[in-house]
Design a binder for this molecule. Structure first.
Ligand code: PMP
Ligand code: GLU
Length: 397
């Protein structure tokens, strides 16, 4: 009998975190590794946010906050929803959590019963599946193609829904593809959802501000389904605050209440100091965020241009987030004489071991044909990384 529970034995380690760990271990052994595996801005948290945290420490914010977060922080989230998304939420509909990852886990664990189905358009973000497994839900996948910019159609959604379907989870802008759903595309999906009153949507909008088409659209804007949408967002990406661990939901009040109960038993409230910093981030001018976004756009263009020169990489044009997700099937069956590439995983390991660039294989996101590069690093490193990759791929015949 295993000493560990079946639950943890079934769970896979997060592949993004695993590849980052392997890359750190190789660096510690003295290799010059460029890490393009973790989706984390390389920028520093803006100064005014750091100052707010220092002040919070001096002001004695050292006690437990209310489980769902301080009222003024939840009010600031509600004001953000109104200001940036034209959506009405009361503070009772907001729950602040220890990262958007906890927000997603809260909602999935609160809504999904064992055996109920959770629809995941492929490619999906790694943790959705594992969180669904923790809830003993049944993932139902909707495949997409690079030609369709990795987006699902309303017809595909309708076909995937069964009497057991409880949740649809997707991100826009999307991790790992950078695809962004337009208002029309979201409305078409919302109309399908409207036909199935027991279906709820987790709309992961954590890359909202890293959007290169100038406008973010949320599926919650359609009033006819808003009472079945849970928006997940957070500060990690927009404010370069991955380590501060602040995420939040905007949800129907009964779902927010359930999440409050869930996290009241699991973790209690998010960190008091990080919450005060979040208040500053959400209340002040977002120019630093927009400057970071512009920098990401420049890097995207750089990466796309450099990758066009590598034979066999098929690319969509990401409209947001900070990833490229090329199709690399051209390399399947090729060898350098020692290693044969049969899968995306083989190729990512070949690149890591020969070019010392760490990336994540598409299998982790439910796509066997692609690999994910995070371009949230400096231009110099990106240029060097792609040069190295081009050289090692040229050895495959
Ligand atoms: N959703 C997506 C799509 C992500 O890429 C991430 C990044 N880690 C998260 C949620 C979780 O973010 P965090 O827990 O850092 O707020
Ligand atoms: N969301 C980031 C990524 O996809 C961070 C890693 C993680 O939280 O899994 O790489």
């Amino acid at each position: 009998m295993s000493k560990l529970s079946d639950r943890i034995n079934r769970l896979n380690e997060s592949e993004t975190i695993k590849m980052s760990r392997i890359s750190r271990e190789l660096s510690e052994k003295g290799h010059d590794v460029i890490n393009l595996s973790l989706g984390e801005p390389d920028f520093d948290t803006p100064t005014h946010i750091k100052e707010a945290a220092k002040k919070a420490i001096d002001d004695g914010y050292s006690h437990y906050p209310p489980i769902s977060g301080y009222l003024d922080v939840r009010q600031a989230v509600a004001a953000k929803f109104k200001r940036e998304n034209n959506l009405d939420y009361t503070p009772q509909q907001i729950v602040i959590s220890t990262g958007a990852k906890q927000s997603i886990a809260n909602v999935v664990l609160c809504l999904l019963n064992p055996g109920e189905e959770i629809i995941l358009p492929e490619p999906y973000w790694v943790s959705y599946v594992e969180i669904a497994k923790l809830a003993e839900g049944v993932p139902v996948y909707i495949p997409t193609t690079i030609e369709a910019d990795f987006k699902i159609t309303p017809e595909q959604l309708r076909e995937a829904i069964t009497p057991k379907t409880k949740l649809l989870v997707f991100s826009t802008p999307c991790n790992p593809t950078g695809s962004v759903y337009s208002k029309d595309e979201l409305e078409a999906l919302a109309k399908v959802v409207a036909e199935f009153p027991d279906l709820y949507i987790i709309s992961d909008e954590i890359y909202e501000h890293i959007n290169f088409i100038g406008k973010h659209d949320s599926i919650a804007q359609f009033d006819f389904i808003k009472d079945r949408v849970i928006i997940v967002n957070g500060l990690s990406k927009a404010f370069a605050m991955t380590g501060w661990r602040i995420g939040y939901i905007g949800a129907p009040e009964w779902i927010a209440k359930a999440c409050d109960k869930m996290q009241g038993q699991f973790t209690s409230a998010a960190c008091s100091i990080a919450e005060r910093a979040a208040l500053a981030a959400l209340s002040m001018d977002i120019t630093p965020t927009l400057l970071m976004r512009d920098e990401f756009r420049k890097r995207r263009d750089l990466v796309l241009n450099l990758m066009k020169e590598i034979p066999g990489l098929k690319l969509n044009e990401p409209k947001g987030a900070f990833y490229v997700f090329p199709d690399i099937t051209y390399y399947f069956g090729k060898t350098d004489g020692t290693t044969t590439i049969n899968t995306a995983h083989d190729l990512s390991m070949y690149i890591l071991n020969n070019a010392y660039v760490s990336i994540v294989s598409g299998e982790a996101f439910g796509d066997k044909n692609c690999i994910r590069f995070s371009y949230a690093t400096s231009e110099d490193k990106l240029i060097e990384a792609i040069k190295r990759i081009k050289n090692v791929l040229a050895k495959l015949h």
